[in-house]
Design a protein around this ligand. Structure first.
Ligand SMILES: NC(=O)c1ccc[n+]([C@@H]2O[C@H](COP(=O)([O-])OP(=O)(O)OC[C@H]3O[C@@H](n4cnc5c(N)ncnc54)[C@H](O)[C@@H]3O)[C@@H](O)[C@H]2O)c1
Length: 308
């Protein structure tokens, strides 16, 4: 079976591609390498350096005839989604619709979309937050994710194209970019290894739900193989503060950097933690990698990749 992965040169997309290839699928990638890297590309995958907004991507669908599409290409920086509203939406909304239109035209059997559990619920009161909680995103990035979820639902009802929208929490691990302005673990690790104090936004007491990439990919693969349509949270159900991440990384790296505080960014929430009861029940899955182990593996990768 042939699978198309948009964003397959990025952090999550490239791990997904590796796993799909390991499982014997043929994989085609569309990525414009804006934040993705050639280093991340699996040599067994067929790579098209293209933009998802390009009207000519239909040629890739026509030639490669994929049966499944994982749509993971996006502009991922939440702050940038506010500052560059129109160009952000041109990728995350219009580009996504271009992919979706081709899914319809070329009879794709299932679309799997990388949504965001961290942004889509806004400042949720119910913690851990289940899928049934009202999606009320505040950032343009979160609004883009919700918009595409609504189109996917519409396309399912209109044209019976099955879809899965995976609402990931904060995914971290090897290959995550430290320069896209997202991914506090990647940013802190990179800065501490360079002996630079990373900037802690706000008090640092805000919490997030950090899931290691290996666990996120396992849940992704399991859910794709299930005959289900709709929305699924993928996280850990555990909250960790930004300050705790700072101190844990400091200990692991044996760093002497001091805390440096900056203002809270727009669109930051006090707490974020996803309920994963649905994923546990449907997929018979639970996240296995502890934060201690995940952080160690991430630090090891950064040290190796950046020669520290
Ligand atoms: N990392 C997380 O914690 C997290 C959480 C929730 C959802 N997501 C979603 O998962 C997906 C992957 O995120 P990631 O963390 O791997 O980020 P990433 O930046 O590493 O990956 C995004 C990929 O999309 C590509 N891309 C961007 N614009 C494109 C365009 N116009 N045309 C073609 N390719 C384009 C980039 O080059 C990159 O390879 C995104 O949709 C993101 O919104 C990520």
């Amino acid at each position: 079976m042939k699978i198309l992965v948009t964003g397959g040169a990025g952090f999550i997309g490239s791990h997904l591609v590796d796993r799909l290839i390991e499982e014997g699928y043929g994989v085609v990638i569309i990525d414009n390498l804006s934040t993705g890297k050639k280093d991340n590309l699996n040599s067994k995958a067929k790579f098209y350096e293209s933009d998802i907004r390009d009207p000519k991507i239909y040629q890739i669908f026509e030639k490669e005839k994929p049966e499944i599409v994982f749509h993971y290409a996006a502009r991922v920086n939440v702050r940038e989604s506010i500052e560059k509203l129109v160009s952000g939406a041109s990728v995350n909304i219009i580009g996504s619709l271009n992919v979706l239109e081709n899914c319809k035209k070329y009879n794709i059997k299932k679309v799997i979309f990388a949504s965001s559990g961290g942004e889509i619920y806004g400042d949720a009161i119910k913690i851990p937050t289940p899928e049934s909680y009202l999606a009320c995103p505040i950032s343009p990035y979160g609004i883009g994710k919700l918009t595409i979820e609504r189109y996917l639902e519409s396309y399912f009802r209109l044209f019976r194209i099955p879809y899965l929208s995976l609402r990931y929490s904060n995914v971290y691990g090897p290959r995550q970019n430290h320069y896209t302005g997202t991914g506090v673990i990647a940013i802190f690790t990179y800065q501490m290894l360079r002996n630079k104090p990373p900037l802690i936004h706000g008090s640092g007491r805000q919490t997030k739900d950090y899931i290691f990439i290996q666990d996120a990919i396992e849940a992704t693969i399991l859910s794709f193989k299930k005959n289900i349509t709709g929305i699924l949270n993928i996280g850990t159900g555990r909250e960790t503060s930004v300050l705790e991440i700072f101190y844990r990384l400091k200990r692991l790296i044996h760093s002497h950097v001091k805390e440096k505080y900056g203002p809270s960014p727009l669109c930051s929430f006090k707490r974020c933690c996803l309920s994963i009861n649905k994923a546990k029940k449907i997929l018979d899955w639970y996240p296995r990698v502890s934060l201690t182990k995940g952080l160690q593996e991430t630090v090891n990768w950064f040290k190796k990749f950046y020669n520290y």
